[in-house]
Design a binder for this molecule. Sequence first.
Ligand code: AMP
Length: 456
Amino acid sequence: MFGICNHSQAAKITYLGLYALQHRGQESAGIVTSDGFNVSAHRGLGLVNNVFNERILKSLTGRLAIGHNRYSTMGSSTLANSQPLLVNFFGQGIALSHNGNLINAQELRDELESEGSIFQSTMDTEIIVHLFTKLTKSLDRQSAFLRALKRVKGAYSLLILVNGQLIGVRDPLGFRPLVLGQLGGSWLLASETCAFDLVGARYIREVKPGEMVIIDRKEIKSLRLAPPGRVAQCIFEHIYFARPDSVVFGESVHGVRVKLGRMLAKEKPTEADLVIAVPDSGISAALGYAEASGIPYGIGLTRNHYIGRTFIRPAQSTRDIEVRIKLNPIRESLRGKRVVLVDDSIVRGTTSRKIIGLLREGGAREVHFRISSPPIKYPCFFGIDTPVRRKLIASTHAVEEIREKLGADSLGYLSLKGLLNCVKNSQNYCTACFTGKYPLEVRHQTKYVFETKRKN
Ligand code: AMP
């Protein structure tokens, strides 16, 4: 998500910001702009670069903009489910971008539908808009938003464009990141600081858990949804999701990943000739592992970065084509070597098994697989798209069984204690994907309810 207030090139800057944040979602992209009275919008399925062109960006007029790259955790990948969500309310456009996942969406949606609300999408995000518009009958807009947000539970970092204002909100537990920046006389909000670097903006600070910032042409105001309390930032942002050049939850992502790699080398040492990474997600941790173990770092796999969604597969699909189009072993590096392969996580185990196969084919004599996070045993209900529990290999298999399934010579995961030692204020993190201790109570079907209901 990216937003800017008070800039003559608001749409173009937002486009660039979304470009830097492409890793956070590749299903659809959208921008809504406002000149204070009228709103313009464009959304499409696919990558930022395919959805927008010069002509479309020119048509998005006004000094205020918000944008979104979608990665679905709730609701399918259709145009109706693309964001920012835009509604017309008493002749005025209200736009909303959401990063996260609500866990009481089904109850709220049932309640709203029984009272006559008609939903245009299957996204949990639309619930916030309905709650807000109903509350404006008795409250001013600011209070209506605050009251609406009190009713939703779960993970939400939000950008809202309303009344010529840019509003940014982070849920009280602060699951997902949201940062504030400045570019000349303009204020910016983004999911990660790497977006500020691309547009030449200065990182000012994080939006705090439970904070709402309201920005207009003249000033920036800060309100609280709830008094400061317990915080549950997503540790997986540091492990996998965020870009290494970003500062997330006040710490360099690359810096944390290098520490994870160093800790992993201490906890799970091995004899080997070469440390290599699964590109790109394992690179920083592999560097840390190499540094702490004294085993040289090398490149054993190259990655093709130009795989579009429309990649054409041969009718008779060659073996492991999905992994092969992305990664290729470098025989020159691997031949006859004992290799430490570092990756950030194992989810289903299917990709990892294929990568280990590629390394052996490339001539590696031994493959020692090292993971810079603990075994993922529980699904995420707070904004990371993980499969249901039984599909998480570590929820049904012990480490030795996983090693055997993946075909590695050895397998070592980082411990939870080791992981928490690598971040500041470790008590402020959600680690439920490893422990099953969710910071908010979740009902098991929370993820796919709307779609299931439709199919029935
Ligand atoms: P697998 O071997 O199938 O478990 O895949 C492991 C790979 O998936 C690792 O390289 C991770 O970087 C990557 N990964 C971790 N979490 C996710 C996620 N939520 N969505 C997509 N890929 C992920």
